[in-house]
Design a binder for this molecule. Structure first.
Ligand code: GLY
Ligand code: MN
Ligand code: MN
Length: 442
């Protein structure tokens, strides 16, 4: 568990306010999501809202009002204290807690939002609100905006524009603070422990579900909320289904097991790790060859993570090593540059090599700025996750060799979480082993 520190969120709000200009931002919390009938999923806060407030209750709305005087710029609407409701759904901080613990300048009960929102927006030059994501709050924002436009002729001033707050917020979220890197290290530490545990218990005849259960039990026992995303525990050919989450097959002697699993800690930072190892503790010749290629590709790509570089270089580095390896093994035919240019490898490697990681597993932040790939800078965190997937699902491109059966049913991915540092990078998930020798039982 992490200690709640309101100053972390206060300084983020200040940076956000500084960049908003004279636009008033409306940032809603997440709502509870229905599982079925009247049962709900465990609550998952909206990451933008959490980043700015640290407040972890549903339905709340934060207003960030740079046009208001100091001491009136952070307004929270929250579910009020209500002993009868708290008997059912648990403790709430209420308006007093919103001010005292979460640093709101002013807090109101949620049922006053529609009455008070228009007044708070008066005097702003624009409204910053993400349209299309918040079905309860959006009509209130649009109605308040419409009222301002209606009164423009009389008053001569109004918030004329509706702008997205997300480009500013997501630029901030893309570069992690020291505190965030600590939390990501924690999520990665617990996730790595779970992978080490999974490899130590796996045996032929077990079910994928048993391995999943051990991983997720470790997440909970170690203090995490649970899995950051649907854990993938995929034996043999199941590993060639990239989003396989059924996890119900028996593990076969002679197959590989691919596990893509990571935890989310109490303040939502995530780990995202993939490891692949032989179910019986020994690689076959074909598995060993392909594992070696993916590992070389992944290690080269991790080395390409450095300030001043970019995620496309990381991908290109991984891809080149994969294609070179596939040519050496006779699974691709032709010169490496041509194969890459034609995409002739895509029946064996069909995804990108990584994504930003943070409060979201596929974290926010632009990958490109128009024609230019985003430049890596210290504090950015990305996954590096090349793989090879040999199956019958995709047609072999014209001119490429048919694949011998001995290669089929081999799916391998190796994924680490990597922070860009001043001097290069830090592999946050290094505690999960990946060497060929470590993947085998001797
Ligand atoms: N586990 C999701 C991903 O690797 O992107
Ligand atoms: Mn993953
Ligand atoms: Mn990933």
């Amino acid at each position: 568990m992490t200690q709640f520190d309101p100053s972390i969120h206060a300084s983020r709000r200040q940076r956000f306010l500084d960049q908003l200009g004279a636009a008033a931002a409306v940032i809603p919390a997440a709502a509870l999501a229905t599982h079925h009938a009247d049962c709900e999923w465990p609550f998952r806060q909206d990451s933008d809202f959490f980043y700015l407030t640290g407040f972890d209750e549903p339905d709340a709305v934060a207003l960030l009002l740079p046009h208001r005087p100091e001491g009136e710029r952070f307004v929270l609407f929250v579910h009020p204290k209500d002993p009868a409701a708290e008997v059912w759904t648990g403790f709430r901080w209420g308006t007093e807690g919103a001010v005292e613990r979460y640093g709101a300048d002013i807090a109101h009960p949620l049922d006053q939002l529609s009455a008070l929102l228009p007044g708070y927006l008066v005097g702003a030059e624009a409204i910053a609100f993400r349209v299309g994501r918040h079905p309860v709050v959006e009509p209130l924002v649009l109605s308040a905006w419409g009222r301002q436009l209606d009164s423009y002729a009389r008053a001569g001033v109004a918030a004329l524009g509706l702008v997205a707050p997300t480009p500013i917020l997501h630029r901030l979220r893309l570069v992690k603070e020291g505190h965030e890197l600590q939390r990501l290290r924690e999520a990665c530490r617990i996730s790595a422990e779970a992978h080490e545990l999974a490899r130590s218990i796996t045996e032929p005849g077990m079910n994928e579900a048993e391995v999943q259960a051990a991983i997720e039990a470790h997440f909970r026992a170690a203090g995490a909320r649970g899995p950051a995303y649907g854990s993938i525990v995929a034996g043999g050919d199941n590993a060639c289904v990239l989003h396989y989450t059924a996890n119900t097959a028996q593990l076969q002697d002679g197959d590989l097991l691919l596990i893509d699993a990571g935890c989310s800690v109490d303040d939502y930072y995530n780990g995202d790790i993939t490891r692949t190892f032989p179910v019986n503790g020994r690689f076959s010749a074909e598995q060993r060859e392909l594992y070696g290629v993916v590992l070389a590709s992944q290690e080269a790509a991790v080395e390409a993570v450095r300030p001043g570089g970019n995620a496309e270089q990381v991908h290109d580095t991984a891809l080149r090593v994969l294609v070179e390896g596939l040519v050496d093994l006779g699974l691709l035919l032709g010169d490496v540059d041509g194969l890459i240019e034609q995409g002739a490898y895509r029946h064996l490697y069909m995804h990108r090599t990584g994504h930003w990681l943070g409060l979201d597993v596929h974290d926010v932040g632009a990958y490109r700025l128009g024609e230019q790939p985003a430049t890596l800078q210290p504090g950015m965190v990305l996954t590096v996750e090349p793989g090879l997937y040999v199956s019958d699902r995709l047609a072999v491109p014209e001119g490429q060799p048919e694949i011998d059966d001995r290669w089929k049913g081999i799916g391998i991915r190796i994924e680490d979480d990597v922070a860009v540092t001043e001097s290069g990078h830090e592999v946050l998930t290094a505690a999960a082993q990946k060497s060929l020798a470590a993947m085998e039982r001797h």
